[in-house]
Design a protein. Structure first.
Length: 66
């Protein structure tokens, strides 16, 4: 387990990378923007971007509608 700050809230997660984190919290990866420690993570790198203790991660989920 690693301790991170996710969208401003302290949280312990078992995920080793961004893709696993997205799956762990149960949201769809297609309509997201992810920032790790003030850097945007490209969608193509979600699987390769490791999560470490103390990381600050912001996940923005886009919702369509009208």
């Amino acid at each position: 387990m690693v301790k991170i700050l996710l969208n401003g809230e302290s949280r312990e997660v078992g995920a080793a990378n961004i893709l696993a984190l997205i799956e762990e919290i149960g949201i769809e990866a297609r309509k997201l923007a992810v920032e790790q420690n003030l850097e945007i993570v490209p969608r193509s790198q979600y699987h390769a971007t490791a999560i470490h203790d103390g990381d600050r991660i912001e996940i923005v989920h886009f919702v369509g509608g009208g």
